[in-house]
Write a protein that binds this ligand. Structure first.
Ligand code: CTP
Length: 429
């Protein structure tokens, strides 16, 4: 049985950690809750003791014969601090040992995950930024807080991510997750766009966003900085990803292209509407007229093809020496680019991945699409009744620009995501 220490510090989000605790205990982990003194103002000791089945104390002065300030940290397989306040991050970064939680953090030799929650001003303060950087340098995983409503009326970054999302990060860490995307910035699009007909109706599609969210979650777990451009998805934000919400194909395009400028890889998992109504009515269309007006459509931009085109154009206009341009500071190899010089228009992603939903002639259509859109990898899956949309499982074939293919058997969308990141990591290496 794995031994998990759940550190809780004094933030209003403490109540969510009761749910996190349950997720751990129900999946068979032995959890020792170590609150700070003030955390008990929000949720009391009996709740933690009853939910964990273990004694709860904040102090090093109780059960001294068991040397708790050393033993709890030493015997843990994972320490997760959720919520982690600005104060606890500061004390951990400075190696303080003024309560049982900070003693535990100093003695733990296992992975440590912090899930910060605080007001935006505190999160953005240079002191907190420096403390987070210090903790990350030392190998701790500090999950980016979610963006949304905070205590009171204000909103912004600082919310504790959904307990299920924190649990997922921890589960992966316990499973011995790789950090092969550390230092990389990846952009993932997810969900399905909506093209407005009038203020009430739209043309949409069946994409749930599950595959894109699985890609974002797994990339965070592998150490990447993740921008997730989400079109009409109702799933909880993956812990640690920066989520940009959009509705239409044109909004998705703007968000993806903006984030792609500074990305190492872009994965287009979103189902993008190919067409939109020429006209959008400002008022609700009434059924008063006998015959409905036809809805005329116009083509939307093809974002994936545009990304491929931008990259091709930049490489062509900037060939120096033996190889194509690669952005400075991104491990440019084979004589690419003049040192320190930026490419015209700024950097662009080195790896571009598309998804293709096909109902028939899956592989032939996939190969043609990969060439047409100029991407490096195309994840082709067959869609239809009960296939792919809205289900937790997926199966696919990944086609590569070199003409190879990798079969991914039916399994959780997380597994498919991991294979995609394996292939992306290989190309970035
Ligand atoms: N895509 C895009 N912009 C569009 C349409 C699709 O970026 N306007 C991206 C999708 O995100 C996906 C890939 O292109 O990664 C393939 O999408 P798909 O719908 O399968 O292809 P289409 O371009 O729509 O081609 P077709 O209609 O011929 O199947």
């Amino acid at each position: 049985m794995t031994s998990v220490v759940l550190g809780v510090s004094a933030g209003i989000a403490v109540y969510k950690s009761c749910e996190l605790l349950r997720l751990f205990t129900e999946s068979g982990h032995d959890v020792r809750v170590v609150p700070t003194r003030d955390a008990l103002r929000f949720v009391g000791e009996p709740t933690w003791a009853a939910l964990s089945g273990n004694p709860v104390t904040t102090e090093v002065w109780q059960s001294v014969h068991e040397v708790p300030h050393v033993r709890i940290g030493q015997s843990a397989d994972l320490v997760v601090v959720a919520p982690a306040t600005a104060d606890v991050l500061a004390r951990a970064a400075h190696g303080m040992a003024d309560d049982l939680l900070t003693n535990t953090l100093l003695t733990a030799r296992c992975p440590v995950v912090f899930a910060p929650a605080m007001h935006t001003e505190m999160w953005e303060h240079p002191a907190t930024r420096a403390n987070v950087a210090t903790l990350r340098e030392r190998g701790a995983i500090v999950i980016e807080p979610a963006v949304g409503r905070l205590t009171g009326a204000d909103t912004g970054p600082g919310r504790l991510p959904d307990p299920a999302e924190i649990f997922e990060v921890c589960r992966r860490v316990l499973a011995g997750g790789r950090e092969d995307l550390a230092g990389r910035h990846v952009v993932v699009s997810a969900g399905g766009t909506r093209e407005a007909i009038d203020p009430v109706r739209f043309i949409g599609n069946r994409s749930s966003g599950l595959q894109g969210y699985a890609l974002a979650r797994t990339a965070v777990a592998r150490g990447a900085e993740v921008t997730l451009v989400a079109a009409n998805v109702t799933l909880p934000d993956p812990a640690g990803a920066k989520v940009v919400r959009v509705e239409s194909a044109r909004q998705l395009r703007d968000a993806v292209l903006a984030a792609a400028e500074h990305a190492d890889a872009v994965v287009m998992a979103a189902a993008v509407a190919d067409f939109r109504p020429v006209r959008q009515s400002d008022t609700k269309i009434k059924k008063s007229s006998a015959e409905p007006d036809p809805i005329h459509l116009v083509k939307n931009p093809d974002i994936l093809a545009e990304l491929g085109e931008i990259r091709r154009a930049r490489r062509e206009t900037y060939v120096v020496g033996d190889g194509p341009y690669e952005a400075p500071g991104r491990g440019a190899g084979n004589g690419a680019g003049a040192p320190g010089e930026a490419a015209p228009g700024g950097p662009c992603p080195r790896v571009i991945v598309g998804f293709a939903a096909e109902t028939d002639d899956v592989l032939a259509n996939g190969r043609a699409k990969l060439r047409r859109k100029g991407c490096d990898l195309l994840v082709v899956n067959q869609v239809g009744e009960n296939l792919a949309f809205g289900t937790p499982d997926n199966a696919a074939v990944v086609l590569t620009a070199e003409g190879d293919s990798v079969d991914i058997p039916r399994g959780p969308k997380e597994d498919l995501a991991d294979v995609v990141w394996d292939l992306v990591a290989q190309r970035l290496a």
